[in-house]
Design a protein around this ligand. Structure first.
Ligand code: GDP
Length: 315
């Protein structure tokens, strides 16, 4: 049973924690968004979504925040502040070790995929994590105060600016990381994790070749809606969806992915949207999708896999 999942950060990581407990992790390939990456922040290459997924699957994530390492300290950051540097982006002390290691590997000439493999496997992650591409393709948000890197928009300015557009800088000439297209083509199940459709899944789909491979793949494609009751569980998905003219609802999510999505798992709160979603040619499956316990995470993963199996047996 080979499973390929497209993932952003926190929402995806919570879902994947359940998935790797109901299928052997070695059979799971995760393609992670790298549009949020900062290529030279204080001299370091930082890949927020890869780190969130890695720390979560390694069991060391800060469970409250959903990012960073539990129990981590910020003494290096305090020193940076004393030295007069900007400290809007939290860098934990142990977390810094990851950024230094990744940067060192890249400077040595290793690819981001290879660095990701070394970091994730060293921390005990047993599934395969891939960056969507090896190239740095920063997501930039066009706002009423100008063009902002996604992390500047989200963290430094707390998502307060009006979103006019979203740009995936340089994506036209990016290539999927080696092995990704093959994994999609041979997958038995494709999953779109509960992540921000515009800035987490959007960049992955925009890497030339990835969306096309998903459209052509024979495996059923199942998504989980990150929108529950017309609102994101966390983060600015609503503002970004509005900025791109996508309805902020589970139906909007189905519409956004309709070109390749067979099934969307929606929350019980959104049950009444079922007919509207099915009118789009996407089957709706209702489940509790708020991932507040490991049991819920495993249950959601089981529901996603059962929906895929059901689809396969009908086709
Ligand atoms: P991040 O924004 O880079 O951390 O990464 P994501 O895009 O993966 O995470 C944000 C998205 O995940 C938001 O749209 C949330 O609504 C969604 N999300 C977070 N937690 C949950 C959850 O427990 N259930 C569901 N269905 N979605 C979630």
């Amino acid at each position: 049973m080979s499973v390929v999942a497209l993932a952003g950060g926190v929402g995806a990581a919570r879902f994947l924690e359940g998935l790797v407990r109901v299928v052997p992790p070695e059979e799971v390939t995760v393609i992670v968004n790298t549009g949020d990456d900062m290529a030279n922040f204080m001299g370091l290459y930082i890949s927020p979504d890869l780190d969130i997924v890695t720390y979560t699957l390694a069991g060391i994530v800060d469970p409250e925040k959903g990012w960073g390492i539990k129990g981590d300290t910020t003494r290096a950051l305090s020193m940076l502040q004393e030295l007069g540097f900007e400290t809007w982006f939290t860098l934990g002390d142990r977390d810094l070790g990851t950024h230094i290691a990744r940067t060192a590997m890249l400077q040595q000439g290793w690819s981001l995929s290879k660095a990701t493999q070394v970091i994730s496997h060293s921390l005990g992650v047993r599934c395969q994590l891939f960056p969507m591409t090896e190239k740095w393709v920063p997501t930039r948000i066009v706002t009423d105060v100008g063009l902002l890197h996604f992390e500047e928009y989200l963290v430094k300015r707390q998502a307060r600016d009006n979103v006019e557009d979203v740009i995936f800088d340089g994506i036209e000439s990016a290539e999927p990381s080696p092995g990704i297209l093959d994994a999609i083509q041979h997958a038995e199940t494709l999953i779109i994790c509960p992540s921000n459709p515009i800035v987490s899944i959007g960049p992955i789909l925009a890497v030339p070749g990835i969306k096309e491979a998903i459209v052509e793949a024979s495996a059923p494609c199942v998504g989980v809606s990150p929108i529950i009751g017309g609102k994101p569980v966390k983060g600015p998905a609503d503002k970004l969806m509005e900025g791109k003219g996508v309805e902020v609802s589970a139906k909007g999510v189905a519409e956004f992915y309709r070109e390749f999505l067979d099934i969307l798992v929606i929350d019980q709160k959104d049950k009444s949207l079922t007919p509207k979603i099915e009118e789009l040619g996407v089957n709706a499956v209702v489940e509790q999708t708020l991932l507040t316990s490991m049991e819920r995470k495993k249950q959601l993963a089981r529901t996603v896999l059962a929906a895929a199996r059901n689809k396969k047996s009908k086709s």
